[in-house]
Design a protein around this ligand. Structure first.
Ligand code: HEM
Length: 128
C-alpha cells in the first residue's frame, strides 16, 4: 500500500511540473488549479500517505487503508479530469463530476484520519 501510493505520487508529480512548465512557457495560466491540485493532492499528499503507511505497516493493512486508497485514486482523476475539461472548454457541464470527485477524496481523508488516530503510540512501527 505504501509503495503503491509512492509510485502513483511520482507520476502525479511529473505531470504536475510538466503542466507548470508548459503554463510558464506559453503564458497561459488557465490550468493553474489542476497544476496545484496534482502537486498537492497527487504528489505531496500521496507521498506522505505512502511514507506513513510504510512507517506504520499495521495501518496499511486495514480495510480503512484500502478504502482510503481507492477513494483518493478514483476521486482525484475524476475531480481534476473534469476540472481540466471545464477549464479548457469553458463549459461548466462537468462541474458535478468535480464535486463528486472531491467528495470521494474528502471521505478518503476522513478514513485515513480515523486509521491514523486508531494507531497506538508504538504499534508495529518499523525498526531500523
Ligand atoms: C518545475 C516545477 C514547477 C513549475 C514550472 C511550476 C509552475 C507554476 C506556474 C506557471 C504557476 C501559475 C502561476 C500564476 O498563476 O501566476 C504555478 C502555480 C502554482 N503552483 Fe507551481 N510549478 C512547479 C512546481 C510546483 C510544486 C512542486 C508545487 C507544490 C507542491 C506547486 C504549487 C503551485 C500552486 C499552489 C500554485 C497556485 C499559486 C496561486 O494561484 O497563487 N508548484 N506553478
Amino acid at each position: 500500500m505504501g509503495l503503491r501510493f509512492l509510485k502513483i505520487s511520482v507520476v502525479y508529480f511529473t505531470i504536475a511540473v510538466l503542466i507548470g512548465l508548459v503554463m510558464g512557457i506559453i503564458h497561459n495560466f488557465t490550468l493553474t488549479s489542476v497544476h496545484a491540485h496534482f502537486n498537492l493532492l497527487g504528489w505531496v499528499s500521496m507521498a506522505l500517505f505512502g511514507i506513513i503507511y510504510c512507517i506504520f505497516p499495521s495501518a496499511a493493512q486495514t480495510r480503512l487503508a484500502k478504502a482510503h486508497f481507492w477513494l483518493h485514486n478514483i476521486g482525484l482523476p475524476l475531480m481534476q479530469g473534469a476540472l481540466f475539461i471545464v477549464l479548457v472548454t469553458g463549459n461548466p457541464g462537468l462541474t458535478i463530476v468535480t464535486i463528486i470527485g472531491s467528495l470521494l477524496i474528502v471521505l478518503g481523508v476522513i478514513l485515513f484520519a480515523i486509521n491514523i488516530l486508531n494507531l497506538k503510540s508504538n504499534q508495529n512501527r518499523i525498526s531500523n
